[in-house]
Design a protein around this ligand. Structure first.
Ligand code: AHM
Ligand code: MG
Length: 335
């Protein structure tokens, strides 16, 4: 029987090969994985653990916070603040950055996360997840400020997510392809279950919230309209649609069997570039998708090339199977 490879062993071996994971980064990833295990436990308890429902507060984006949004945020902060691997953290659920307190040693890395993505699914027992992105603290930076986080996605040194669904699966890249680890609850450890994940370049499956169709821009309407015409239309094939309302679960499906995911700008709030956040949702997911041979744009530019101007910046997102993402991007250029 083939030997099981734990996340710890995978990271140690990655560190040995070319030394491309420094030890602080390895520790950081292990700590994030441990925090995801705790979050998974809380998610699994559901009503029995009293974790469902709203917390009665709002985050900086004006969204109502669920109890699990806050629990997951606290778990990630508490797990990561004392190990000496981090200088500061930023989260969808915190207005400002969280600098590691003076009583702990400061490390070289910055961690960003959406502690519980797809919050509207929590109470209805549908897949949700945690998304994370790791950056290096800029050279010569003594006291970390928000501006030190404002680095393009191409500067990420690690990115991943953990999906809490029928299985709990951690998906990771350190810039050397994408690996997937399934939580073995009996052993309490993540076990490598897929490596060198590849997204097929073509697909017949799209994910978008169709109820917003009347608010979209012309290029997005054109793309979806052509898909809907199926084999009688210009695409000459039938398409299938999926929308889980949890980016983690939608991206997980795309990494597993291909597809295209879109949350485009729309006319409901024209001053916002989109719904999803650049730094802790779009950037880590875009890097994972690119590392698996897919593509990610905001309809015009590669997401990983965008220079963020603020921590909670929003962005329009088109990602997944390369040929479909290129088609949507071409439609935005008027091709
Ligand atoms: P959240 O981080 O507050 O959960 O919001 C992000 C989520 C994404 O996971 C998902 O793709 C999208 O919002 C769903 O939005 P909608 O409810 O408009 O379909
Ligand atoms: Mg989110």
């Amino acid at each position: 029987m083939p030997q099981k490879i734990s996340l710890t062993r995978y990271l140690v071996e990655q560190q040995r090969q070319d030394g491309h994971i420094p030890s602080q980064l390895r520790l950081l990833l292990e700590v994030v994985a441990r925090a995801c295990k705790s979050i998974s436990q809380a998610v699994n308890k559901g009503a029995l653990g009293g974790v469902l429902g709203t917390a009665g507060s709002e985050n900086v984006q004006g969204e109502v916070q669920k109890k699990l949004d806050i629990i997951a945020n606290e778990v990630l902060i508490e797990a990561n603040e004392w190990g000496g691997h981090l200088a500061a953290m930023a989260s969808e659920e915190m207005d400002n950055i969280y600098v590691v307190p003076n009583r702990y040693p400061q490390g070289e890395y910055l961690l960003l996360f959406d502690p519980l993505d797809g919050s509207s699914n929590i109470d209805v027992n549908v897949s949700i997840g945690t998304i994370f992105s790791v950056l290096k603290k800029p050279e010569g930076c003594a006291a970390v400020e928000e501006k030190d986080f404002l680095q393009a996605g191409s500067k990420q040194v690690a990115a991943g997510y953990c999906v809490y669904g029928p299985q709990t699966t951690l998906v990771l890249t350190v810039g050397d392809g994408v690996a997937m680890f399934t939580l073995d609850r009996e052993q309490g450890s993540f076990v490598l279950t897929d490596e060198n994940v590849q997204i097929p370049a073509d697909t017949q499956e799209f994910a978008i919230n169709m109820s917003n169709m009347r608010h979209w821009d012309e290029p997005v309407k054109r793309y979806i309209d052509e898909c809907l015409q199926g084999k009688d239309g210009p695409r000459g094939k039938d398409f299938n649609m999926r929308w889980i309302a949890s980016m983690v679960a939608d991206v997980h499906r795309i990494l597993t069997r291909g597809g295209v995911f879109m949350y485009p700008w729309d006319k409901r709030e024209p001053e916002k570039a989109g719904k999803l956040r650049l730094m802790y949702e779009a950037n880590p997911m875009s890097w994972l998708v690119e590392q698996a041979g897919g593509a990610a744009t905001n309809g015009r530019q590669r997401i990983l090339d965008l220079q963020p101007s603020k921590l909670h910046e929003r962005v329009s997102v088109v990602l997944g199977s390369r040929n479909e993402v290129e088609r949507v991007t071409d439609y935005h250029s008027g091709l």
